[in-house]
Ligand binder design. Structure first.
Ligand SMILES: NC(=O)c1ccc[n+]([C@@H]2O[C@H](COP(=O)([O-])OP(=O)(O)OC[C@H]3O[C@@H](n4cnc5c(N)ncnc54)[C@H](OP(=O)(O)O)[C@@H]3O)[C@@H](O)[C@H]2O)c1
Length: 246
C-alpha cells in the first residue's frame, strides 16, 4: 500500500511506534525511524527489518523536547534529499491524576512532549510536503482526549489539543494537497497501558464493548490505511480504535 513512499515516525523503539515501523516496512514504505536514544539494539533491529522487507529503515535520534537537536537531525535529513511523504506523530507520555493533585510543572512537561514538540516537528516537515503539494500526517490522539474522564487534566487534555490541532491543520492543508488525520486508541497493550492505575484501566475496560486492549499492530494497520491512497479523500478525521462502546 505504501511502495515508493517515505514515512517519518516518532517514538519507534518500543510500543505502538515499533509496530508502526514494522507495518510501514511490510507495506513497502521506506521509514525514518525516530528514537530518543541511540542504541546498538535499535540500529540492528532497523537494519534487520530493512533487509527483511527490501526497504530502507533509517534511524534518527533526538529528544523531542530538545529543539536544537531536533532541528539538527531534520536539517541533515532534508539535506540528504530524503522526501518525507508521511509523518506519524506517535511519541508521547502518559500521566493520569486528579487536577488538584497535579503540579503545573508536570502539566507543562506533558504538553511540551505531547503537543508542542509534535507541533514543532510537524511545522518543520510540513514545509517540504507543502512545497511538493502532497503528504499525509497522522497524529496519535487518545479516547481519553475525547471522553475526558476524571484524571485527564494533563494527558487527556494534551491529546484533546492534539486532536483539535489535527482538525485545524487539516482545514489549512487540505487545499494544498496534504491530508491530516488522527487516531484515538483506547487501551493498547504497551508499557504505557501497563503503567496505568488499576482503577482507571478497569473503568476503561468496563466501557469497551470488545473487553480487551488493542494490539499495537491493530493501531499500526489503521495508521497505514490513513497514510495510504486508500484514504485519499479522508481529511481532518479522528478515528477511534477502541473496540466500540458498551
Ligand atoms: N498505550 C495506550 O494505551 C495508548 C492509548 C492511546 C494513545 N496512545 C498514544 O500512542 C502513542 C504511543 O504510545 P505507546 O503506548 O507506544 O507508548 P510507550 O510504549 O510508552 O512509548 C512511548 C514512545 O514515545 C517516546 N518518547 C516519549 N517521550 C519522548 C521524548 N521526550 N523524546 C523522544 N521520544 C519520546 C518513547 O521513547 P523512550 O523509550 O526513549 O522513552 C517511546 O518510544 C503515544 O502518543 C500515546 O499517547 C497510547
Amino acid at each position: 500500500m505504501l511502495e515508493g513512499k517515505t514515512a517519518f515516525i516518532t517514538g519507534t523503539n518500543r510500543g505502538i511506534g515499533k509496530a508502526l515501523v514494522t507495518e510501514f516496512a511490510r507495506n513497502g514504505a521506506d521509514v525514518v525511524a525516530h528514537a530518543r536514544r541511540d542504541t546498538p539494539d535499535f540500529r540492528e533491529w532497523c537494519a534487520a527489518l530493512a533487509s527483511e522487507h527490501g526497504v530502507t529503515v533509517t534511524p534518527v535520534f533526538f529528544d523531542l523536547t530538545d529543539s536544537e537537536a531536533m532541528k539538527t537531525a531534520l536539517r541533515s535529513l532534508i539535506s540528504s534529499k530524503v522526501p518525507v511523504d508521511i509523518l506519524v506523530n506517535n511519541a508521547g507520555v502518559a500521566h493520569g491524576c486528579l487536577f488538584q493533585m497535579t503540579g503545573m510543572a508536570r502539566i507543562r512537561e506533558i504538553f511540551d512532549i505531547n503537543l508542542f514538540a509534535m507541533m514543532e516537528l510537524t511545522q518543520f516537515l510540513l514545509r517540504y510536503m507543502l512545497r511538493r503539494g502532497q503528504g499525509s500526517i497522522i497524529n496519535l490522539g487518545s479516547v481519553l482526549g475525547l471522553d475526558m474522564p476524571a484524571g485527564s487534566c494533563a494527558y487527556g487534555l494534551s491529546k484533546a489539543a492534539v486532536m483539535a490541532f489535527t482538525r485545524t491543520l487539516a482545514s489549512e492543508c487540505g487545499p494544498l494537497g496534504v491530508r491530516v488525520n488522527a487516531v484515538a486508541p483506547g487501551l493498547v497493550a504497551t508499557e504505557m497501558a501497563d503503567q496505568m492505575e488499576r482503577k482507571a484501566e478497569e473503568s476503561m475496560m468496563a466501557q469497551c464493548a470488545m473487553k480487551r486492549r488493542a494490539l499495537p499492530e491493530e493501531v499500526a494497520r489503521t495508521v497505514v490505511f490513513l497514510a495510504s491512497e486508500e484514504a485519499s479523500f479522508i481529511n481532518g478525521q479522528i478515528l477511534r480504535i477502541d473496540g466500540g462502546k458498551v
